[in-house]
Design a protein around this ligand. Sequence first.
Ligand code: GRG
Length: 327
Amino acid sequence: MVNLVSPLLELPLMIGDRERVESALRASVQTADAYLTEIASHLIIAGGKRLRPVLAVAAAQVGTDAPVVDHVIQGAIACELVHLGSLYHDDVMDESATRRGVETVNAKWGNLQAIVAGDFLLARASEIAASLGNEVSGLLARTIGRLCEGQVEELRHTYDRGRTIPSYLVSIQGKTASLFATSARIGSLMAGHSRQVTDTITNVADAYGMVFQIVDDVLDIVATDEQLGKPAGHDLEEGVYTLPVLLTLAADTAESRELYDLLGSPLTAKERTKALKIVRNGSGLSAALETARSYAAIAEAACASLPASAATDALRRAPRALLDSLV
Ligand code: GRG
């Protein structure tokens, strides 16, 4: 599997906080019903990068190296629970068989269980957010809505060769960047940072989220099946036309017209290989990376106005490290 190296994950000051996040996450899904607890714990135990909690804690540690207060940990796990709930539902929608190196909940227990357990994770996230006050509660609810909007924007354009770049950017901002931004914002709010610092941190995490999703979409084109742990070109196969594909289609060349003719409906294995080859060799790939670099530059510039600290430095370096992991 491709490892998206991130300075955020290397923050030494995170080690103690990481343990707090892990035990709070496990505690958050305990119920009187052992069956529901087991299903709701499944992907938590399986692991994952915990990027959203890491962003919340890093945001709280901007300008300080003191351990974070417990409200930061609670905010961090509320965001991870929303992420988990969306993964449970996403795996049902995609009929996925594996996630985080284990069987998906839908594969192990069935779609109905995965949907209800996903709802349960959202419920626990909402309960925790409510305990942190109206602002956090409203923010998290709005973000759950943004995830749905981003996902629907993607669904609306499945197999659509005329999908626009703004449609793609709006979709990934909703389905991915919005929760990164909210995780960092909640961490910052719970740490008591000023409004100005909180707004800047939110923008940095949002831009990081945009880079993260574009890099993920580029990897789906350029990485090998072994690196991805699934067949490359999975998005193409599913009719999800991402930035490198849309930018390749937009180039007025014989290859882009050939790609246009291939896409628009499900692909055979041979057609997928052909389409992948066109995108890999075309100008869309480097243009997509250029777009990602522009978001990384936004994050870096914004970090310059934040108070200095190890966390600020990690936040500043994180988007560029994602891009560097591709070369
Ligand atoms: C129920 C909240 C909710 C939403 C319903 C299904 C859906 C609408 C939205 C999901 C959208 C989605 C799957 C976005 C992609 C998010 C993403 C970047 C996943 C991968 O995140 P990583 O790499 O995964 O951080 P780990 O496993 O490391 O946490």
